[in-house]
Design a protein around this ligand. Sequence first.
Ligand SMILES: [Zn+2]
Length: 418
Amino acid sequence: MIAASEDWPLSPARPDYDLLTDIRAKVRGLPIKIHWKWIKGHQDDGPSHASFDEWAQANIYMDSMAKAYWNYLNDTGHCPSPQRFEDKNWSISFQDKKLSRVDKKPLYDAIMEPTSKSYWQRRGNMSASNISTIDWELIGKAFTNLTTAKKRRITKHTSRHFGCGKMMQIWKFQDHAECPRCPEQDEDPPHILNCPAPSATLRWEKALTVLEVWMTAHHTMPELMTALLRCLHKWKHPNPSRRFARAAIITRYGLRAAILDKDDIGWYNFLMGRPSVRWRDVQHRYYEWLQRRNTGKAWLQALIKKVWEVSWDMWDHRNEVRTTTITPATMRETENLNEQIIEQFEEGEAGLGQKDHHFLDKPLAHVLGYDLDHKSQWLESIALARIWFVNRHEVESPSIRHQREFMASWLSDGTGPP
Ligand SMILES: [Zn+2]
């Protein structure tokens, strides 16, 4: 009533925005002055009606009429939907349905959800039914709480647009797609996690131990924890002859169905933080059995964040190896740069200006000892110095020749500058 009777601006996001705007407009248009009076609602919930004043009785009458009309609409199968109001300035409709307010979040979700889901279906090699069995609600909540840097990293990794070998080659930052940790020629996003290099496997085991410690500390259902860790182990070390039989998983609280769901969605998708909707219920029922007040929802939301940390660990390890060890690719690059440096020394000071001779002051062995970046910089500088020398020579030669000819003619015939 307060919102309808005042004239301060209404937020289009507030409930009943359309109705309130319409009431205000109608009141403004009346030739009489309206005085508002608040009446306590539902006074007839008490035992007696006798002591009510006329306002309360009118309110009770109006309430019962509204209820009667509502029951009539229900009985006749009428399905109510937001109506257009006569005195409202504007309205917004989505899919031919008028909205009673502009709530950006649900509107954005309604517009973007089909597009995003079909994108993630393609990116995650999933079926349409997989998409509906993923717990998007909790992924969204877990994601919202991350720092901007982590959000960016996860979006890049899950969408496969990040600096793995395959993308670096496509983007032409390097001429190969090799894995820096093992002989794999095509380092794609899943390879970051399942690279068979011993140091990568060691980091993986360590990351899973951290996950296990977290799950234990948060009273995770033991059978769920075992099944989850075994499935992740199988994903990393596939061995068809030693399959982890799903029939051995207990069915209590829907655990087996939850694991089978995840088999269908794929364990790489789990590692990208896309669990099945069933998981929160399994853990929630276990918490209930333990008589703990924790919720399966909070548990799964935190688990998603923990799983993202696994992929971060593996990515971090891969980059550590790439920058601190000699990979076949860096070896090739080093050899190539060394050859160019030797050629520069062989060419020597000829073709270099006096002021650029310092490039060759240090012995060859010293320059060959520079790191990759320093070597490329050195090569670039000396190459520029040679170009500069050639250009300058070409400009200077004709002018020197002209001066020489001018001096000669002035000395021989006595004419010259005034
Ligand atoms: Zn590898």
